[in-house]
Design a protein around this ligand. Structure first.
Ligand code: ATP
Ligand code: MG
Length: 467
């Protein structure tokens, strides 16, 4: 079978290898995605010979100014052209030792190179040689598996996974990303070899987890992680959410199932990885707070407890400990707050407080709340959704009226120090907080004059006088 490939890089490679009497192929993910009509910007070229030399020549043939990054230790080289990253490597043969995913590498043939690939659908190559330019080289029937949506290893799965256990996660990630099925034999092998995941770094694990979370229906990946036993090893706290207890005939919902449903729901609304992470973690405090009291299951304070767990989880998974983590933590903490706010009895101050605490993340919080509705009862779903529509309307009204969202109190700590000629002290915080609260409670308006008068009154209570 011949494929249409008309990238200028491929044409130039063809000319150069013909001239130098070499053979080169485009291989792996790019070929898979080309056939699946998925956009892909990383192109892997394998040459029977030196990848570095070929990269230099090809870059030169396109534009003298392209700089080529050379990784001598790996025998690879890459350059960027437009939006594409093109990587060149010599065909290689690999053998593995037991305690490392770093193989012993020697040069090899195209077939050797295809043998070391993780899945049949990732072992496809297209010839860039003059005689058969565009010809698909598919030793493991990968094309058939692409058509049928099957993930399976080209060689014995136990060996393939044992050699490099990261491949187990890649299998599940591809199933989730491409909405494919992992073949029974391959899945079984994961179940058997799963403990070897311990030799894989947390960074690599999280990178695959992130790709699962970013897929269209991430529950697919999480169900496979759970089913194979990998979840317990790579993300034990999420695994702990599984299961249902029943006391006096009363059951609570399975929080793992609920969580992945919320994740699927939110994935229909946003591609923001961190908002999706907030969905993954929103109920993570539930196992720790679960109690059966007054003949009912309760998870008292689970949002607070969950939010406190977020930094440790990020540290454990080697996710960034920066503003992204803070953002996820905030959403976990606040995810129950909007629920009661639709009630007509609720006064504006509760809305103002929520706006003040969430700032620009208020829309994301509402998206999370809406995704959190997983009832099977359509009437309930409709009722809750309408509830949140009312909250959104109220939020908008208050926001327009009071511009609380990124509110800074109109009186600063410095100003208080100067006005009362005092040293930095506890009193300043007390006065500032009382002004902020007065504004949020609607006692005074959000402007300098009213805040100033209020400050004088509050300061007086503390025995301070204006100088
Ligand atoms: P994506 O780019 O979406 O992560 P990909 O399949 O292109 O998917 P890359 O990591 O870019 O993955 O790797 C390119 C190719 O290299 C793969 O298609 C596969 O043939 C091979 N490959 C990558 N990682 C492994 C691995 N751990 N074991 C075996 N082959 C691998
Ligand atoms: Mg790739």
């Amino acid at each position: 079978m011949k494929l249409e490939i008309n990238h200028i890089v491929f044409k130039n490679i063809c000319k150069i290898v013909t001239n130098d009497n070499l053979n080169a192929y485009v291989i792996g993910g790019y070929v898979r995605d080309l056939i699946l009509k998925r956009k892909s910007n990383d192109i892997d070229i394998v040459v029977v010979g030196s990848g570095i030399n070929l990269a230099k020549k090809v870059a030169m043939s396109i534009n003298k100014n392209i700089s080529v990054n050379i990784f001598k230790n790996f025998g690879t080289a890459m350059f960027k052209y437009n939006n594409d990253e093109i990587e060149f490597v010599g065909a290689r043969k690999e053998s593995y030792q037991r305690n490392s995913r770093k193989p012993f590498v020697e040069s090899g043939s195209l077939v050797d190179d295809q043998n070391r690939r993780d899945f049949t659908i990732n072992a496809l190559a297209i010839s860039l040689n003059k005689d058969d330019f565009g010809q698909l080289i598919d030793p493991f029937n990968g094309m058939e598996d692409l058509k049928n949506g099957i993930i399976k290893t080209p060689l014995n799965p136990i060996t393939t996974f044992s050699d490099d256990p990261l491949r187990m996660l890649r299998a599940i990630r591809f199933a989730s990303q491409l909405d494919f099925t992992v073949s029974d034999e391959t899945l079984e092998a994961i179940g058997k070899i799963k403990n070897r995941i311990s030799i894989i770094s947390k960074e690599r694990i999280s990178s695959e987890l992130n790709k699962i979370i970013l897929s269209k229906k991430p529950s697919k990946g999480f169900i496979l992680l759970e089913k194979t036993g990998l979840l317990k090893l790579i993300f034990p706290l999420l695994d702990k959410m599984k299961g249902v207890n029943i006391i006096n005939g009363k059951a609570h919902k399975d929080n793992f199932i609920h969580t992945i449903q919320v994740l699927d729901n939110i994935s229909q609304k946003t591609d923001n990885l961190w908002l999706r992470w907030a969905a993954v973690l929103h109920d993570i405090g539930k196992p720790a707070t679960k109690k059966f009291q007054n003949n009912n299951w309760t998870f008292y304070n689970h949002s607070f407890v969950g939010a406190k767990m977020v930094p440790d989880i990020f540290r454990f998974l080697k996710l960034p400990l920066n503003s992204k983590m803070k953002y996820v933590q905030k959403l976990v903490l606040l995810h129950l707050r909007p629920i009661g706010l639709a009630d007509s009895e609720i006064n504006d101050s509760a809305i103002r407080r929520l706006l003040f605490e969430t700032g620009d993340d208020i829309d994301d919080l509402m998206t999370l709340c809406e995704a959190d509705i997983t009832s099977k009862n359509d009437k309930k779903v409709k009722y809750f959704l309408e509830n949140f529509t009312t909250v959104r309307t109220k939020l908008k009204e208050i926001e327009q009226k009071d511009t609380i969202r990124n509110f800074q109190p109109p009186i600063s700590g410095d100003f208080i120090i100067k006005t009362f000629n005092i040293k930095p002290s506890r009193e300043i915080g007390i006065i500032k907080d009382s002004i902020t609260n007065a504004i949020l409670d609607g006692k005074i308006n959000n402007n300098f004059d009213e805040a100033f008068s209020y400050m004088i009154i509050e300061a007086k209570k503390l025995g301070l006088k204006q100088i």
